[in-house]
Design a protein around this ligand. Structure first.
Ligand SMILES: [Fe+2]
Ligand SMILES: [Fe+2]
Length: 321
C-alpha cells in the first residue's frame, strides 16, 4: 500500500513536469498575443452573451427597450470581468503564494513551486487583459465605469477564513476555494469563449483566457493530488467540504453588482427582476466539473484509496498542507 502511494507521488511529479513544459509553449504569457485593444468596435454586436444573463427570460428584461438592453450587456461584460479580476487577485493569487512561499514537504516540492509560479504569472496577465477589455468597452460605449467591490464569492471566502480556528484550516480553505474556482472558471468562460456573435474583443480575450484556464484546472488538480497524499482523513474531509461549498458561491448571481448597474441606468423594473430570480444561478453547470475534480484527487466520500498515509497523518493533529 505504501509502495503504491509512493508510486502515485512519483506519477504526480511526472504530471507536474509535463504541465510545466506545456506552459512554456501554450500559455498566453509566452505567446506573441494580438493587439486586442486595437480591434475595431462593431456597434451592431453585443458586448456580452445574453445567454449568460441570469434574468434573460424575465418579462421585464425581454420587454426592455433595445438601447437599454445594449447598455446592460456592456455592464454585464464589466461585472463578468470585475468578478474575474477578484477571482484572480483575491482567490487564486493567495493560494499560489502559499505554495511558492511554503511548498508541501513532498518529493514534488520544487515541481509544485514551479507550476504555481507559472499560474501566478498567468493570472497577472489575465487581470491585465480583463481591465484593459473593460476600459475598452466603457470607452467605445461612452459609459461610466462600474465601481463594485463586494462580490459574494470573495466575501464568503473572507468569512470562511475569519471563522477558521487554526493555520491548517486557513491554508486548506485558501487552497480549496482556489482549486474549485480554477476548475469552475473554465465553465464560466466557455460560453463567451465560443460565442462568435459577440464583440470581437470580448470573444478573443475570453478565448485566450479560457485556453490558459484549461491548463490551470489540470495544474490545480494535480497539485491537489500531491496535497491530498499528505492529509489526514479529517483534513481531507475539510478540503472536500470547502470545495463542494465553493460551487454554490461560484454560481452566485451577484445581485449587488446588478442592483448597482440598474441604479446607474435608472432601470426601475430591475429591482423586482432581481428579487424574482434570486441569488443562485444554475449550479448544475458546475456540479459535474467539481465531481470530476473530487474523483480525480481522491476526495469522494468513502473513497477507497484513502491510504495508510492518511491514517498515519490522522495521528498528528493540526497538520499543515
Ligand atoms: Fe485566469
Ligand atoms: Fe487560473
Amino acid at each position: 500500500m505504501e509502495d503504491a502511494a509512493i508510486g502515485n507521488v512519483d506519477a504526480v511529479g511526472d504530471m507536474l513536469k509535463k504541465l510545466s513544459t506545456l506552459w512554456k509553449t501554450r500559455a498566453a504569457v509566452n505567446l506573441d498575443l494580438p493587439d486586442y485593444w486595437g480591434l475595431a468596435y462593431d456597434p451592431t454586436k453585443s458586448d456580452f452573451s445574453e445567454l449568460l444573463l441570469p434574468f434573460r427570460d424575465h418579462p421585464s428584461w425581454t420587454a426592455a427597450p433595445s438601447e437599454l438592453r445594449s447598455k446592460v450587456l456592456s455592464y454585464a461584460w464589466a461585472i463578468y470581468n470585475l468578478k474575474t479580476v477578484y477571482i484572480e487577485c483575491n482567490v487564486v493569487t493567495p493560494a499560489c503564494e502559499d505554495f511558492i512561499k511554503a511548498p508541501p514537504s513532498s518529493i514534488n516540492r520544487a515541481a509544485v513551486q514551479d507550476v504555481m509560479s507559472q499560474v501566478l504569472l498567468d493570472e497577472a496577465l489575465h487581470t491585465r487583459m480583463s481591465i484593459m477589455a473593460c476600459n475598452y468597452i466603457y470607452e467605445k460605449n461612452g459609459i461610466p465605469p462600474l465601481e463594485f467591490v463586494n462580490f459574494n464569492l470573495v466575501q464568503w471566502r473572507e468569512n470562511l477564513l475569519s471563522n477558521c480556528n487554526a493555520d491548517w484550516e486557513r491554508r486548506l480553505t485558501r487552497f480549496a476555494v482556489a482549486c474549485a474556482s480554477e476548475t469552475l472558471i473554465t465553465d464560466y468562460l466557455k460560453t463567451m469563449a465560443e460565442d462568435n456573435s459577440i464583440q470581437p474583443i470580448c470573444h478573443e480575450v475570453t478565448r485566450t483566457h479560457a485556453i490558459d484556464e484549461w491548463g490551470h484546472s489540470s495544474v490545480l488538480s494535480t497539485v491537489a493530488m500531491d496535497v491530498v497524499h499528505g492529509l489526514s482523513n479529517r483534513e481531507r474531509d475539510y478540503l472536500r467540504q470547502v470545495i463542494v461549498k465553493t460551487v454554490q458561491m461560484f454560481a452566485n448571481n451577484e445581485l449587488g453588482a446588478w442592483a448597482k448597474v440598474f441604479s446607474m441606468l435608472q432601470f426601475a423594473p430591475g429591482r423586482d427582476m432581481l428579487r424574482d430570480i434570486g441569488d443562485t444561478n444554475e449550479i448544475s453547470v458546475y456540479t459535474h466539473s467539481v465531481e470530476t475534480l473530487l474523483e480525480r484527487v481522491g476526495l469522494t466520500r468513502n473513497e477507497g484509496n484513502v491510504s495508510t498515509l492518511a491514517e498515519a497523518a490522522d495521528k498528528r493533529e493540526g497538520a499543515l498542507v
